[in-house]
Design a protein around this ligand. Structure first.
Ligand code: PAP
Length: 335
């Protein structure tokens, strides 16, 4: 992975002074940070309490220094494997419900990951984030960055850009992440064992981990600034997807009208974005991938169930994870 003074092999000298300053800070900071082995191709470095892949630290610094938020921005956020694919699909179809016919919808032709771009890694070939400035409003973006790493101009109540966050039972997150890691891992490496991954997850050394601190950051923000951060749980969305769709629409300022309710638009959106429907679209069965997303589209649709951990974790693992969760959350996320 390139770091010093270049991006994707291109010199960043043509970028303006502000960008060059950020690249310089990144280059100087990187060797000083604690490191652990990544779950697939990269190392993770510890930055302000969180373990980030190196290229996502660079993304975070570029966003911090150069991203121009708009009041209409909607940022879909998770700790990895909590379900942005689903949430991206839901938010995209809620916002664009008047633009597309449900039978010929973009979600039938593109993976949700390509319709709502991943902010942390999606940097233009010249090394800048300025192309995002050209997106039409409302911009739908996605991130795994912890809330505390966003600049104040994005988290201030007055800045008005909004975050929709989804969390999930850490036992299911861990199992999902372990499967995903083994799909992404280079064939030259031995598979990541469940035990090895479990130890890293418990120690917080996983993508954007510790998982619990990530969740708590957004959860606290949602209490302090309920108009800025909407906090959802995967399990609740599974149980009552219609309620969630209405809640998200209201939160982002586009509630469903009486007429839309009567026409069954909420049900259409839930059906369109369901696991079974998305997984069965040709585009999501394909091997299509990109450099931002070096894994087949199909890898984002594994089981889509609540509680699959029972099929993978030993009673000792369950006890340990539950104990960590209890200590970290102290019942704070209970309904
Ligand atoms: P991330 O973007 O937050 O990293 P993502 O990759 O979307 O998360 O999460 C993947 C999980 O969401 C997978 O869970 P699993 O491994 O337990 O199966 C994936 O199957 C599930 N998922 C993807 N799409 C949907 C959907 N439409 N409804 C429910 N679950 C979904």
């Amino acid at each position: 992975m390139e770091t010093s003074g270049s991006f994707m092999g291109n010199e960043v000298k043509q970028l303006d002074e502000g960008y060059q300053k950020t690249y310089k800070s990144f280059d100087e900071l990187l060797p000083t940070l604690p490191r652990v082995k990544g779950w697939w191709f990269d190392e993770h470095v510890q930055y302000q309490g969180f373990w980030l892949p190196c290229h996502c630290l660079r993304g975070s610094m570029l966003i911090h220094d150069h991203f121009n938020p708009r009041p209409s921005d909607i940022i879909v956020a998770t700790s990895p494997k909590c379900g942005t694919t689903w949430l991206r699909a839901l938010v995209f179809s809620i916002v664009n419900r008047n633009s597309y016919d449900f039978t010929n919808h973009p979600l039938r032709k593109a993976n949700p990951q390509d319709l709502v771009i991943f902010l942390d890694a999606h940097i233009h070939g010249d090394g800048s984030t300025s192309f995002i400035d050209g997106f039409p409003s409302p911009r739908l973006l996605s991130t795994h960055l912890p809330y505390s790493l966003f600049p104040q101009r994005m988290t201030d109540d007055s800045s008005a850009c909004r975050f929709v966050y989804i969390c999930r039972d850490p036992k299911d997150v861990f199992v999902s992440k372990w499967h995903f890691a083994n799909k992404l891992r280079s064939k030259e490496l031995p598979p990541l064992t469940l035990e090895e991954a479990f130890d890293m997850f418990c120690q917080g050394a996983s993508h954007y981990g510790p998982f619990w601190d990530h969740v708590l950051g957004y959860w606290k923000a949602s209490l302090e600034s309920p108009k800025k951060v909407l906090f959802l749980k995967y399990e609740d969305v599974k149980k009552q997807p219609w309620d969630c769709v209405r809640k998200v629409a209201e939160f982002i300022g586009v509630p469903f009208s009486q007429e839309e309710e009567e026409e069954g638009i909420v049900e259409e959106i839930v059906k369109l974005c369901s696991f079974e429907n998305l997984r069965n679209q040709d585009v999501n069965k394909s091997e299509s991938r990109s450099w931002v997303r070096p894994v087949n589209n199909s890898a984002f649709f594994r089981k889509g169930e609540v509680g699959d951990w029972v099929n993978h974790l030993t009673p000792q693992m369950v006890e340990k994870l539950d104990q960590i969760t209890q200590v970290k959350f102290q019942g704070r996320l209970a309904d």
